[in-house]
Design a protein around this ligand. Structure first.
Ligand SMILES: [Zn+2]
Length: 500
């Protein structure tokens, strides 16, 4: 039994949660659910980033205090995660007292270690990014992320000696080839480092909506640096040393590529400067685009989870984003693609198998489930599928994991079509085929539960099993032959009615 600590980025409260945020969060949730099935101790963290100039200005525009504004907007994220049945163990808000304490302790350590100094900063600043850029990083004077004008800013700042971590970071990347993935993102991060790192400004004196710098009251920490530290706050840094020692550095950060520089360059360096270990794993995914374009407020092409949940259900939503977007490259959302996937995998493969098996057991076995055969032709397929699915989940590849799991469903549907139990007379041969198929349904419920928790629980109950599918354990329960004979099997409405 191991420890699995998984995080999403904390989302900026000024955003309205859209399918891009949901993609990362559903992925983290499925991984957390998988690791619980694997028997690991799991800590799944998400939350909201609530400081910075953008929040202060948005609050002023709305006639609220920044805290009131953050309270209202942070709630939208929680509601969305409740809707999508996200099983996070903690939800951190950077405006919490526990976070202020950790940020101050951690950065005081960096200061005491001699990696922070005072200087004046002047340069182009993008407010939506909350980041300074160099002239060279701008595209025709515009922010490279937002494609919009930047503001010239000048202020007295404290600087972090990032330049001193160029070589330590290169050494860390070389010693830990698996730490940042996939390779294309690892190379991108390494490229930023090898091109040369300049010291970075980590405080602001022109606003007060932030965590106060403990050694200088006139400054607050720059929103980015306090935000990154949320992961250490939740793990107990500065408040619970035993807890921190238990969970750190065994953390898997999931993030989108636009925040790669902060997570894969600045964050490991800050940790080193505080005398702490860098994170064990950083998994970077691409943008979830819509019709080939990045989602943004300005182009009004954002898609909100509730709209899709109305049409496809929670399971349909979760399954699509896990299955159709391999973790790494840019993904492109299309409504037709989602519909096709729903009908092919959920209505046909999963739904149809459950419906066929329960209907034929009802008809040919008086609704009492027969036992599977130890030497069923499906037994070896099932063993391979369990092994391959597990390896893919471990490798943070939900898409491949589900592809493997669905292989078992497809082969079982083909097995039923070859044996046509619905046409045969009741007897031992029909019992054997249906016992095997019931066992596949049981195994598929376990394997698919991280993606489609509701349909798998419903199917679990229809084949007569009691308890929660989420309480099963891969090593003990995802083993061929455990479906017991004699349970009452119930027919029911289609789990995933076909959509048009
Ligand atoms: Zn920007």
């Amino acid at each position: 039994m191991g420890h699995f600590f998984v995080t999403t980025p904390i989302f900026y409260v000024n955003d309205v949660p859209h399918i891009g945020h949901a993609y990362t969060t559903v992925t983290a949730d499925a991984l957390a659910r998988w690791h619980r099935l694997a028997g690991d101790e799991v800590f799944f963290l998400t939350g909201t980033d609530e400081y910075g100039l953008k929040i202060q200005r948005a609050a002023e525009d709305n006639g609220r205090t920044p805290q009131e504004h953050a309270d209202i907007t942070s709630a939208r994220f929680r509601e969305t995660w409740d809707l999508l049945q996200i099983t996070n163990d903690d939800y951190i808000r950077t405006t919490e007292e526990r976070h202020r304490l950790t940020v101050q302790k951690l950065l005081q350590r960096v200061y005491d270690n001699g990696f922070i100094y005072s200087d004046t900063y002047e340069g182009p600043y993008c407010v939506p990014c909350e980041a300074y850029y160099t002239e060279a990083e701008l595209n025709d004077g515009l922010c490279p992320i937002h494609d919009r004008p930047v503001e010239e800013m000048k202020e007295a700042n404290y600087f972090f000696k990032l330049s001193e971590f160029e070589q330590p970071l290169i050494d860390w990347y070389e010693a830990n080839p698996e730490a940042v993935g996939p390779d294309v993102r690892r190379n991108e991060a390494l490229g930023i480092i090898t091109q040369g790192l300049r010291d970075i400004s980590i405080t602001r004196s022109s606003l007060d909506w932030g965590v106060p710098v403990p050694w200088d009251d006139d400054h607050v920490f720059y929103v980015w640096y306090d935000a990154l530290i949320n992961y250490a706050t939740a793990a107990g840094f500065g408040s619970d040393d035993d807890r921190f020692a238990e969970w750190w550095p065994h953390v898997h950060h999931l993030l989108a590529k636009d925040i790669l520089r902060f997570h894969c360059v600045y964050w490991p360096a800050m940790l080193m400067a505080a005398g702490l270990e860098p994170p064990k794993a950083l998994s970077v995914h691409g943008y979830l685009q819509v019709g080939g374009a990045k989602m943004s407020k300005t182009t009004a092409n954002q898609i909100f989870p509730a709209e899709l949940v109305d049409e496809f259900g929670v399971d349909g939503f979760r399954y699509h984003f896990l299955r159709d977007n391999s973790f790494g490259p840019d993904g492109d959302f299309s409504h037709e693609g989602m519909l096709e996937r729903f009908n092919a995998d959920l209505a046909n493969n999963f739904g149809n198998l459950v419906s066929r098996v329960t209907t034929v057991v009802d008809k040919k076995c008086d609704g009492i489930g027969p036992a599977p055969r130890p030497d069923s032709p499906l037994a070896s397929v099932a063993a391979e599928v369990v092994r391959d699915s597990a390896a893919a989940w471990e490798a943070i590849s939900p898409s491949r994991a589900l592809e493997h799991t669905w292989r078992l469903l497809r082969e079982t549907n083909a097995f039923l079509e070859a044996n046509v139990p619905w046409k045969a007379d009741p007897g031992p041969e029909v019992d054997a085929v249906l016992g095997d198929a019931l066992e596949v349904v049981r195994l598929a419920c376990i394997l698919a539960s991280p993606a489609i928790p509701n349909a798998t629980q419903a199917a679990w109950e229809r084949i007569g099993l009691s308890g929660q599918v989420t309480d099963q354990r891969i090593a003990d329960d995802a083993v061929w032959g455990l479906y017991p004979a004699g349970l009452t099997v119930a027919k029911g409405d289609p789990l995933f009615p076909r959509l048009k």
